[in-house]
Ligand binder design. Structure first.
Ligand code: AMP
Length: 294
């Protein structure tokens, strides 16, 4: 496994890989890795000659500076974990390698930087107007900005994203298509702890008491999935909201049942081919999201 921190050095290496007609699979992450991330690397390894995993805590997708500061950074342990699954390349650049001072200044002034589109018009329509989009202004613009930069640097044949971030996956599919980037996007299943809690880098910030009640999130989603045969969507929403608000440590941000393609809320099961229940809440000071396809 080779670790690169400089764009030019990574590209010099990948140019040789591409000249040899080898395929590149890419797993973008923000580090603090867990089994969920490793699952993406394993899936990539099955379909590609070389797998690149990036570790970069992207400042432009954080709307809360405190959250950015507190985000766990564990490069040494991450490297060991990636080595254990035979990842070929880690790309762990410093912020200065990914962003110019001017780009960071725009972020500091909370101005949405649209320069990443390379002059093209990228419009996410309603995809970024719901759920995470309303709770975290500017978040998806920052995600699209960094992923488009990473795609241009790594030039992967395929890229792998978790369905844990269901809305992010939809945004990245849309961005890739609108920019005409030749990357195949694959969504991968959510990896959970044995008690159902979706794995997340943020879970380590939960206190012991918070960690004990955290499985209620997945338990509620799984109950909703079971209940769908006999209950209306309105009833599922009432049930889920009551479950979460009954736990004093949890503050619900949203629970939505949406069309899996358009992410627009649905009011009956016939409105969409595939439906997904999405939740976001704060458990103590930690913001958690999860979802289940109904
Ligand atoms: P992050 O480091 O949180 O930005 O996540 C990097 C990638 O890992 C994203 O595509 C996430 O959706 C994915 N991911 C995070 N947690 C999980 C999980 N529990 N199961 C599957 N994929 C995940």
């Amino acid at each position: 496994m080779i670790i690169f921190t400089r764009v030019q050095e990574l590209q010099d290496h990948l140019n040789i890989v591409q000249d040899q007609q080898k395929t590149i699979g890419f797993v973008p992450t923000m580090g603090a890795l867990h089994e969920g991330h490793l699952a993406l690397v394993k899936i990539s390894k099955k379909s590609n000659d070389i797998t690149v995993c990036s570790i970069f805590v992207n400042p432009t997708q954080f709307n809360d500076p405190g959250d950015l500061e507190k985000y766990p950074r564990t490069l040494e342990n991450d490297s060991k974990m990636l080595e254990s699954v035979d990842c070929d390349i880690i790309f762990a650049p410093p912020v200065s390698e990914m962003y110019s001072a001017a780009e960071l200044e725009l972020k500091r002034q909370k101005v949405e930087d649209k320069d990443w589109t390379g002059g093209k018009t990228v419009d996410f329509g309603q995809l970024d107007k719901v759920m995470e989009g309303t709770q975290r202004p500017g978040h998806f613009n920052g995600v699209a900005q960094v992923v488009s930069k990473l795609f241009r640097i790594v030039k992967p044949n395929r890229a792998y994203f978790g369905q844990k971030d269901f809305q992010q996956l939809a945004i990245i599919r849309s961005m890739t298509q609108q920019l005409g980037l030749p990357v195949e996007i694959t969504g991968c299943p959510i990896v959970r702890e044995s008690d159902g809690l979706a794995m997340s880098s943020r879970n380590v910030r939960l206190t012991a008491t918070e960690r004990k009640v955290a499985p209620l999130i997945a338990k509620t989603l799984f109950s909703v999935k079971e209940m769908k045969e006999k209950h209306s969507i309105a009833e599922l929403k009432t049930f889920a909201e009551a479950q979460i608000t009954s736990e004093p440590l949890m503050q619900l941000e949203y629970f939505e049942i949406v069309d899996a393609e358009t992410l627009q809320p649905v009011s009956n099961y016939k409105e969409a081919k595939s439906i997904v229940a999405c939740i976001a809440l704060k458990l103590g000071s930690v913001r958690l999201i999860d979802n289940v396809i109904l």
